[in-house]
Design a protein around this ligand. Structure first.
Ligand code: ZN
Length: 492
């Protein structure tokens, strides 16, 4: 029997603001859409956290035996600088500044994104569609919304009529915004804008002469509005209604709100049953910002090349650190917090790697079934990875007692224990099995080699070389002491 039949997951739904029992539209299958990156710069650590959170969710659904279609898009056009309808396209701007083709920008940062996510051992989605690859689908949706009378064309651009939509539907259903208040609080449009109301958003924009990414449409040569691509691609690959839509919390408004409105207007249905949003990542208690220097790139963590860090960290340690916080909590990233996680990570790896040395007992003195249930309960409760990790440390305690033979497990229980532990650590959390290399013993080994070479130099009366080895080691804080028993050393 598939595991999902035995386990009921509860998901915190941002739409209803409550935890709900997860019931997919088709039994045994899950359709999941996650808003992917806009590929105009190196992937941001905050985005990495979002994608890692949904990787955990994807992995757990797979573990439970669901057939999952996971779609995560690449935004390669239409995302303007200020997230609204004005400003330059982010990718075009980068291309203009670097004097390269927009698709070179897209390629460079898509490759960077894939490299970083694979270092973090994140599984690729099943489909990774691009906005530029779905211009036709986006145009079709605009035609449909125009036909329904919920959009209007002006000067070659098409805008979604938020006020008209809000008469029948609720614009603000996800973000909890009240459109009436928003209208009351916004100043009237300045003469520059062609929109009827400030709340309206672009479905299609006529391209200005300097705008290089442009496509023909019934209204003008232009480009689609940013929110439209996700409606077009989720609809194409997952249908009018699908199970899970995820993204960072910052996308709730306006991006996801607009997606809901577009789908309702076009298809007459609420597109998503469970909206999931991951929380922010902050750095040393403050918002990350390039301008203040409170900023770190994922690759800098692996090399340690950033003053924020005291050392380099393995991607799997960073992953473990991130999963020690629930996806809906704010996560504060710091060198100290990472170092603390690293200790825990290696403790867990050491324990799981010593499982093979445990001998089978005649009887079981630990209740493995109860422990296993606690692991599943943690993940079934809105994918609570910190509680799961606490259960894994409980397993570390069991392993230590089993090694001392203070406790025992019979063969069946020991096999089940190993199976469940490996599944949660490697399949669900996606950690990699790394054994800590002891740098101090490696250093000792290297000094021993130099002592041996120095002794050989002395035997052949090469005093210059033997002194050089001694003096240069001393400069590095390693003192050699010659005695009756041979040469010893101390490291300061
Ligand atoms: Zn999106």
């Amino acid at each position: 029997m598939e595991l999902f039949k035995q386990h009921q997951i509860k998901i915190y739904n941002s739409l209803t603001k409550s935890k709900q029992i997860f019931k997919p539209i088709n039994e045994g299958s899950v359709g999941m859409y996650v808003c992917g990156p806009t590929v105009y710069s190196n992937v941001h650590l905050g985005n990495v956290r979002t994608f890692m959170s949904f990787d955990l969710i994807y992995r757990y659904l797979l573990h439970l035996g669901y057939k999952v279609r996971y779609v995560r898009n690449i935004t390669d056009a239409g995302h303007l600088e200020n997230d609204a309808d004005e400003g330059e396209d982010r990718i075009s701007k980068k291309a203009r500044l670097e004097k390269i083709e927009p698709m070179e920008v897209v390629q460079q940062y898509t490759v960077d994104f894939h490299n970083v996510m694979s270092k973090f051992n994140s599984l690729p989605p099943n489909i990774e569609p691009t906005a530029t690859g779905h211009i036709i689908e986006q145009i079709e949706i605009i035609k449909e919304i125009l036909a329904k009378g919920l959009a209007y064309e002006i000067n070659g651009s098409v805008y979604f009529d938020v006020l008209k939509y809000n008469k029948k539907e609720h614009y603000g259903i996800l973000s909890g915004r009240n459109i009436e208040d928003a209208i009351h609080n916004t100043r009237t449009l300045d003469g520059q804008s062609e929109k009827r109301n400030p709340q309206d958003f672009a479905l299609w924009k006529k391209a200005k002469p300097e705008h290089i990414m442009r496509w023909p449409s019934p209204w003008s040569i232009g480009f689609p509005g940013w929110h439209l691509e996700c409606t077009a691609m989720s609809n194409k690959y997952l249908g009018k209604q699908f199970d899970i839509h995820g993204g960072g919390m910052d996308l709730k408004f306006p991006h996801h709100e607009c997606e809901i409105a577009q789908s309702n207007a076009c298809f007459g249905e609420n597109p998503v049953n469970y909206w999931m949003h991951s929380n922010m990542l902050i750095l040393n208690g403050q918002k990350m910002a390039k301008s203040t220097g409170n900023y770190i790139l994922p690759n800098e963590i692996f090399t340690g090349e950033n003053t924020i860090l005291t050392k380099a960290f393995h991607p799997s340690v960073v992953r473990f650190f991130m999963l020690q916080a629930h996806y809906r909590s704010v996560l504060d990233f710091s060198s100290d917090a990472l170092a603390a996680s690293e200790k825990g990570f290696f403790k867990l790896m050491e324990a799981v790697n010593s499982l093979s040395s445990i001998k089978t007992g005649k009887t079981s003195t630990i209740d493995i079934k109860t422990w296993e249930t606690s692991c599943y309960n943690a993940m079934n409760d809105d994918f609570n990875s910190p509680i799961l990790i606490a259960q894994l440390f409980e397993a570390v305690r069991f392993i230590n007692l089993l090694k001392l033979e203070t406790e025992t497990l019979n063969q069946e229980d020991l096999e089940q224990f190993k199976k469940v532990l490996n599944a949660f650590i490697f399949d669900v959390l996606g950690l990699e099995n790394i054994i800590k290399t002891d740098t101090s013993s490696q250093l000792e080994g290297a000094v021993e080699i130099l002592i041996k070479l120095r002794n050989e130099a002395r035997i052949s009366k090469n005093w210059a070389l033997s002194d050089q080895i001694r003096d240069e080691l001393l400069e590095k804080g390693i003192q050699l002491k010659d005695g009756k028993e041979g040469t010893s050393f101390s490291i300061n």
